[in-house]
Design a protein around this ligand. Structure first.
Ligand code: SF4
Length: 489
């Protein structure tokens, strides 16, 4: 799978795994994957005689040997280590198939468990490789499946996760890709055997399907590109393909004729080093304000494995908000809500929101679609609060949209994330100065840790403080950006 992303990554995985650096988002993803994997083991271990291959203890060779021994016993094997056809694979679930099933009486079902809510192209590659190795190892396969989290599943409580996973049968597809995988493996072995690292430059492959864990390392070895093409917003579709096939790394090599007006603006101001500000447009967009001006931000959690009854996987639950208020005479106030009780946070959040947001005033948010979706979901769930929630919804104004249209600073590097825009307009405020939580992924990790029953009160307090500081900075940032743009006129 490393080879599928980039041959250089495979070489580094084999020869220099110590150079890996996983960003916080990957850590969150791995934690979710571990949880779903653990649950899958209990779901597929119906007779409770399954065996887990612990590669940490046994090592790769030991894991493969142990799997070999267990194959004779015909019990479900989790993280089964297989070797064949020049490849090795660790299979999430390998279980004896029911007698008489396709593949013969001693055949096996191979199941790869994924924590995502749908099947992805990289899952198909992954399972094709596993099925190839299993077949080459002489294991007759009755079926090959990916089991991913079913977003339609509703958790009813009592630890009943019987239907959490949805299986997609890829038996025929994986069989049909046997030769294709053989070619990948031959290529992968040639790459791994190289004495030196493949001379591949960083590019679009470094973030597909995930951010490569060697990105920081690779970048330090390259002559820095003055104006990386990745700074272009919405680098998608045919433009992305053009960048890839033409191996373009620098914005200067990208023809203007291929760019949208916003991309062109980013390119021009990146090259000139001068910020862009449409003063008249910003003034016009922000002229219409009803006092007090309100600045609101939500934090929400999505769990792959639902823990609250009558909820489903990846349902969004807002658990925290911060609200800054600014009156016409310049008085600034602040309110907040943070629920770390561990109870389903929706109702308390909705009630606190309605209690603390003043009944009048324009409500500025950053990327309104997120807050709008949360408020709409709450109003669907709580009919008695629907009226006031809908009234609040109608007062939201997206400050991000104004900033995207009217402002750009080269230091944003093509991104209008709040943490990128803020230091360019309000240098004394910066998310980098926050300790503990300074982005949305870290906020979710902090929330999940804080609601665990075994988290100590002291640690919970520490997490609560970090979450409060983070969310408060977001709304202070909204307020200060709004003021800076209005003052710029
Ligand atoms: S950072 Fe990019 S170039 Fe380097 S190994 Fe990863 S994918 Fe390849």
């Amino acid at each position: 799978m490393a080879l599928r992303q980039c041959p250089r990554r495979l070489w580094l995985e084999v020869h220099h795994p110590e150079l890996k650096q996983d960003p916080p988002a990957s850590k969150a993803r791995f934690a979710v994957g571990d949880l779903v994997g653990e649950l899958a083991r209990s779901l597929y271990d119906v007779e409770e005689n399954g065996q887990l291959i612990d590669i940490e203890t046994l090592g790769v060779e030991g894991g493969i040997a142990r799997t070999s021994a267990l194959l004779e016993r015909r019990v479900p094997i989790f993280e089964a280590g297989l070797q064949g056809g020049g490849g090795r694979a660790f299979v999430d679930v390998l279980r004896p198939s029911r007698k008489g099933a396709r593949g013969g009486p001693r055949s096996w079902d191979l199941i790869e468990v994924k924590s995502s809510a749908s099947l992805k192209g990289s899952h198909r590659d992954d399972v094709a490789i596993q099925s190839y190795v299993a077949r080459e190892a002489g294991i007759p396969l009755a079926s090959v499946k990916v089991a991913h989290v079913d977003p339609r599943f509703v958790y009813r409580g009592g630890d009943d996760y019987q239907h959490l996973l949805h299986e997609v049968d890829l038996t025929s597809e994986s069989q049909a890709r046997h030769q294709e995988v053989a070619e990948w493996i031959a290529e992968g072995q040639a790459v791994a055997d190289r004495p030196d690292v493949p001379p591949i430059q960083t590019g679009l492959q470094c973030r597909t399907p995930h951010r490569c864990c060697f990105l920081d390392h690779c970048r330090t070895l390259e002559t820095p590109v003055a104006f990386p093409v990745e700074w272009l917003p919405r680098l998608q579709g045919s433009l992305r393909e053009h960048v890839r096939t033409a191996a373009i790394r620098d914005l200067r090599d990208l023809p203007d004729t291929l760019l949208s007006p916003r991309q062109l603006r980013v390119k021009e101001h990146t090259l000139s080093g001068e910020p862009y500000l449409d003063r008249v447009g910003a003034q016009a967009d922000l002229a219409d304000v009803r006092w007090p001006a309100l600045f609101l931000d939500f934090e929400a959690v999505q769990l792959a494995v639902p823990i609250w009854p009558n909820t489903h996987p990846y349902q969004m639950f807002p658990f925290q908000f911060s609200l800054h208020t600014l009156t016409e005479d310049g008085a600034v106030g602040h309110q907040e809500h943070l629920d770390l009780s561990g109870a389903e946070p929706g109702r308390a959040f909705a009630e606190a929101l309605l209690a603390r947001v003043p009944p009048a005033g324009t409500v500025f948010v950053w990327n309104a679609s997120f807050e709008l979706a949360q408020i709409r979901a709450l109003s669907m769930r709580f009919a008695d609060l629907r009226g006031p929630l809908q009234a609040l919804e109608s007062r939201l104004v997206d400050l991000l949209k104004v900033v995207e249209d009217r402002y750009y600073h080269p230091r944003q590097k093509g991104s209008w994330k709040l943490k990128r825009v803020l230091p360019t307009l309000v240098p004394e405020l910066d998310h980098a100065a926050l300790e503990g939580v300074n982005d949305g992924h870290m906020a979710v990790l902090a929330y999940v840790e804080a609601i665990q029953p075994d988290t100590t009160p002291a640690r919970k307090q520490e997490l609560a403080q970090a979450l409060a500081d983070y969310c408060r900075l977001d709304t202070e940032a909204l307020l200060r950006i709004w003021q800076a743009l209005r003052a710029a006129g």
